[in-house]
Design a protein around this ligand. Structure first.
Ligand code: FE2
Length: 203
């Protein structure tokens, strides 16, 4: 069964001016869609076609003969997750159980924001920064991954992500990745989404 490009959860003007409609429309309708189309071509007449997206990511992680499958499935998952990690009027701070876990594992909200920004800015080349629930250790962590890599590949549960491929910010911020990252953290992060993911992952 073919995967479909999920619609954006908000109008393409909703994240302006941090992420303009021009960036959002190109990013979703061209970049994200290409990953969906490529994945569908790759899984046609293939046993992987019977799996969920998450199952394809985990089944192909680290397999040298499945690099294209992993890259395209990972990028579909990562982009779906990125759109959900943002919202108009976002930013601010988490509350409740997630805040308590951040205080315990990551030294508080202010330090989390600093460390998340450092991971996003410090990712060499294309990739992603993450707030992630480490399922084996049962604690939160900040991670960065390259290209299409994703915490899902290791069985961990992402809570939030920031896309730091240049296509995510170059039209609006040119080479100023740090300005894009800081504005996303301050104005767009969807802490309600993170809290939902945390509740599901922690169980
Ligand atoms: Fe992207």
């Amino acid at each position: 069964m073919a995967f479909a490009l999920a619609p954006l959860p908000y109008p393409d003007t909703a994240l302006d001016p941090v992420i303009s409609a021009r960036t959002l429309s190109f990013h979703h309708a061209l970049h994200h869609k290409t990953y969906v189309d490529n994945l569908n071509k790759l899984i046609e007449n293939d046993p992987l076609g019977a799996m969920s997206l998450a199952e394809i990511v985990r089944a192909t992680a680290g397999k040298a003969d499945k690099t294209a499958h992993f890259n395209n499935a990972g990028q579909v998952f990562n982009h779906d997750f990125y759109w959900a990690s943002l919202k108009p009027g976002g930013g601010g701070e988490p509350a409740g159980a997630l805040k308590a876990q951040i205080d315990a594992d990551l030294g508080g909200i202010a330090k989390l924001k600093t460390d998340l920004a450092a991971a996003a800015v410090g990712q060499f080349g294309s990739g992603w920064a993450w707030l992630v629930w480490k399922t084996k250790d049962r604690k939160l962590a900040i991670e960065k991954t390259a290209n299409a890599d994703t915490p899902l590949a290791r069985g961990d549960a992402p809570l939030l992500t920031i896309d730091v491929w240049e296509h995510a910010y170059y039209l609006d911020h040119q080479n100023r990745r740090a300005a894009y990252v800081q504005a996303v953290i301050d104005k767009l992060l969807n802490w309600d989404w993170a809290a939902e993911q945390f509740a599901m992952a922690k169980g």
